[in-house]
Design a protein around this ligand. Structure first.
Ligand SMILES: [Zn+2]
Length: 326
């Protein structure tokens, strides 16, 4: 890896949005796509053709080239995205057993206190309300049929992105009709293993089913965007972590810390598409976020820790040690 500067931009995003919204009446939408490698996005250089909608969105916003997730696992990563803290501060390190403590500040309750209507629509049992991640959301929609009666250890349970997005759009439409500012978190789960895209995508991406799942979520994301007012809405798109896809002997994610699993897409679109086309690179991410938030989020420079952790596991072949789903 030739990265000279590591940026845990997911951590900073929460702080940026929070600061931005303290003095605005604009709404905010965070979309997380699970198991989403940056290098499978056209805007990040992929030629897979799976992300036409996200590529347009990237041109309308600020793209962070070196966004590094603090943990290649769903609940710990989302806890960091929504709190702005590393896992060693949140205490959330694994799925299924760890819980988000009441003492961890989260974005939703803070925005609710400032008068935002809040809702979350998740697509995986891993992020069920009982994990604690739902604190502060007046509506936390994890009640999809496939969840019924399942053990919280059954991480594979999910619902399709279109259903999740449709439910979010219905709620957003109600808020817009009432003129309320809102905060919504939408979580899409398709790229997570097993890779089983809908038939049309399976055919188009035959032999590349992971990209087929991404393409399906690209369409869902585009549909969600169409239901928002770009003039008054902050939209943040992020991956929670990537996927090894066999690199370094790891099939999925959750153990190793190579780029495949820790480098994620992170794109921030401001109202009226301000700062459109900016790219936050190795030296540009911090200034870009500062411009976006007009603040100085703390903690940026501590992310060298990620590099040290990566060295600890370099070239380890520990697939058999890792849980098979995350
Ligand atoms: Zn995940």
């Amino acid at each position: 890896m030739k990265r000279a500067f590591f940026l845990a931009a997911c951590l900073a995003a929460a702080a940026a949005c929070r600061a931005f919204l303290q003095k605005s009446a604009e709404s905010i939408v965070i979309v997380t796509i699970d198991t989403f490698r940056a290098d499978h996005v056209g805007a990040y250089g992929s030629r897979a053709g799976a992300t036409p909608g996200i590529d347009v969105f990237a041109r309308e916003g600020i793209l962070f080239e070196n966004a590094i997730t603090p943990a290649p696992m769903t609940l710990p990563a989302h806890t960091s995205i929504l709190s702005g803290y590393f896992p060693f501060r949140t205490g959330v390190r694994v799925n299924g057993t760890d819980r988000v403590s009441e003492t961890i500040p989260l974005l939703a309750p803070q925005l609710a206190d400032r008068g935002f209507a809040t809702a979350a629509f998740v697509s995986s049992l891993v992020l069920r309300k009982e994990s604690g991640i739902g604190r502060g959301f007046s509506l936390f929609d994890d009640q999809f049929a496939a969840n019924a009666g399942k053990s919280e250890r059954d991480f594979l349970v999910e619902r399709r992105g279109e259903e999740t997005v449709d439910r979010a759009l219905e709620w957003i439409g109600q808020r817009r009709a009432k003129g309320e500012k809102f905060f919504v978190w939408v979580h899409l789960y398709e790229p997570h293993a097993p890779y089983e895209p809908p038939p049309a995508y399976r055919q188009r991406f035959a032999g590349r089913e992971y990209d087929g799942e991404i393409a399906y979520d690209d369409e869902c994301f585009t549909k969600l965007l169409a239901g928002l007012d770009p003039g008054s809405t902050v939209v943040l798109l992020a991956g929670d972590h990537g996927e090894s896809l066999g690199e370094h002997g790891e099939e999925t994610h959750g153990v190793l810390l190579y780029d495949a699993t820790i480098r994620v897409p992170l794109i921030l679109r401001l109202p009226a598409k301000r700062l459109a086309g900016r790219r936050g690179g190795r030296r540009g991410s911090v200034p870009a976020l500062r411009r976006a938030s007009r603040t100085r989020p703390r903690g940026f420079l501590r992310v060298g820790l990620r590099r040290r952790l990566a060295r600890l596991v370099s070239d380890a072949r520990v697939t058999a040690l890792g849980p098979q789903v995350h």
